[in-house]
Design a protein around this ligand. Structure first.
Ligand SMILES: Cc1cc2nc3c(=O)[nH]c(=O)nc-3n(C[C@H](O)[C@H](O)[C@H](O)COP(=O)(O)OP(=O)(O)OC[C@H]3O[C@@H](n4cnc5c(N)ncnc54)[C@H](O)[C@@H]3O)c2cc1C
Length: 415
């Protein structure tokens, strides 16, 4: 693989940019792989990347039914933060956030990580108490966050109205090193780096069955034929229940569409991420100038990937009170993605009842930020067959044992 660099741009400019290589190969599947990862979202691709990079496991295929990054990874609002309440969550999200710091260099691909800061507003006494508690927990965890008052919020985001009649801003949880990244680029960067290591990414190839013998997976059936494998990693977010059913076990997961929208592009008005969980809406501004606005989840389980007028109206109505200046903006696009929700709003990185089959899911509304840390932990689980410290608390067994990692405050609604 030719490295991307300023020198490469100059070199290719001299030959009319006709010499660029394809970013990744599109091979036909081989008959057998040591590891098959199902799902070429960010988590699946990062799992494959760290399998190759950290564990030297490179006879790997990533199987994707659509196009890589076309699931939630390409549909989210790209918020990155690590200020979670529980220790295991803070550890894996902070691992991810710190990997984002150097990800562009590591992958030799600009993922446009922008640590512009992330504010989570307190608009009720209850929320203020919750964020103060999280800020205190974060101090103990070594996560750099602080609770700031309303005056400081106004300094950070001058367009905000802190005196709203129903929900005045009382303060906020502020993580300076939180921010955003370009979601497609994260998927593309991992895909290119995987391909460079010889890992096969096979798109337009749906897994239709999981073959097994004596309690172990032997391979998968796909729309491109049967493929054998030594180990199987299921990393399909909203379709986790479908794949688990193929493999013969059940998951404590509900799949539901989560929606978002963007406005027409305008000049820069906001240079942080602001999340308003009480009214439920959050906003940042993309490099193109669009306001990226996160909405709600459908109130019923479904597998659709579309937006609906109800959420546009609810979300905008809620946000206008806090950001009156957006009231005359036109909205450009809306969409949805299928998120995979667990009861304790924490992910599952786990062994399964099948000896050589592992699952990574349950990131729900907030898994984009986790991609590097999740891939790191999942690769360790798959390579060694046992979870390392980052994944240890996120096993499926916690639901039977009642050992929940309760993040419903940090992640029940927000991202
Ligand atoms: C509107 C919205 C906003 C969000 N905002 C944020 C945010 O601001 N910050 C944040 O951290 N997170 C956010 N999220 C959540 C985040 O997007 C997800 O948690 C994360 O992208 C999940 O990544 P993934 O790789 O697990 O799944 P996906 O990207 O969905 O990848 C799974 C892949 O599996 C494939 N697949 C499914 N079934 C099969 C099959 N049978 N065979 C082969 N392939 C299959 C799918 O096609 C898909 O490409 C948001 C999500 C949505 C929908």
């Amino acid at each position: 693989m030719k490295r991307y660099s300023a020198f490469a741009i100059a070199r290719e400019a001299a030959s009319y940019h006709e010499g660029w290589e394809k970013a990744w190969a599109s091979p036909e599947p081989k008959a057998r792989y040591d590891v098959i990862v199902v799902g070429a979202g960010g988590h699946g691709l990062a799992t494959a990347y760290y399998l190759g990079k950290n564990h030297g496991v490179r006879n790997v295929a990533v199987i994707e039914k659509g196009w890589l990054g076309g699931g939630n990874t390409g549909r989210n609002t790209t918020i990155i933060r690590s200020n979670y309440l529980q220790d295991p969550s803070a550890a894996i999200f902070e691992k991810a956030r710190s990997l984002y710091d150097g990800l562009s260099q590591d992958l030799n691909y600009n993922v446009m990580f922008s640590p512009r800061g992330c504010l989570m507003l307190a608009q009720s006494e209850h929320e203020a108490r919750g964020w103060k508690r999280t800020a205190a927990a974060n101090v103990l965890q070594g996560i750099d966050t602080e609770y700031v008052d309303a005056k400081r919020v106004k300094e950070i985001v001058p367009i905000i109205n802190i005196d709203g009649p129903r929900y005045p801003v009382l303060g906020a949880l502020w993580q300076k090193r939180g921010g955003t990244a370009r979601h497609d680029a994260v998927a593309w960067g991992y895909a290119r780096a995987c391909s460079a290591m010889g890992i096969d990414i096979i798109q337009q190839c749906e897994v239709t069955a999981v073959r097994q013998k004596a309690g172990k997976v032997t391979g998968i059936e796909t729309t491109k034929g049967a493929i054998d494998c030594g180990k199987l990693a299921i990393v399909v977010a909203g379709h986790s229940g479908v794949l688990a059913e193929m493999a013969g076990f059940r998951l404590p997961i509900e799949s539901v569409a989560l929606q978002a929208l963007v406005s027409e592009p305008i000049k820069p008005v906001i240079d942080t991420v602001v999340m308003a969980n009480t009214v439920h809406g959050y906003m940042s501004q993309s490099d193109k100038g669009e306001l990226v606005i996160g909405g709600g989840a459908d109130g019923f389980n479904n597998y659709t990937q579309r937006g609906s007028f109800q959420h546009v109206e609810d979300t905008i109505r809620a946000l206008i009170e806090t950001f009156p200046i957006i009231s005359r903006l036109k909205m450009l696009r809306q969409w949805g993605g299928i998120v995979d929700m667990t009861g304790d709003r924490s992910p599952i990185l786990s062994k399964t009842p099948l000896g050589n089959c592992f699952i990574n899911c349950g990131w729900g509304t907030g898994g984009f930020k986790a991609i590097p840390g999740s891939g790191w932990a999942m690769a360790e689980l798959v390579a060694k067959g046992e979870p390392g410290p980052l994944a240890a608390e996120f096993g499926l067994d916690r639901f039977g044992a009642g050992r929940f990692v309760d993040e419903s405050v940090a992640a029940g609604v927000a991202h």
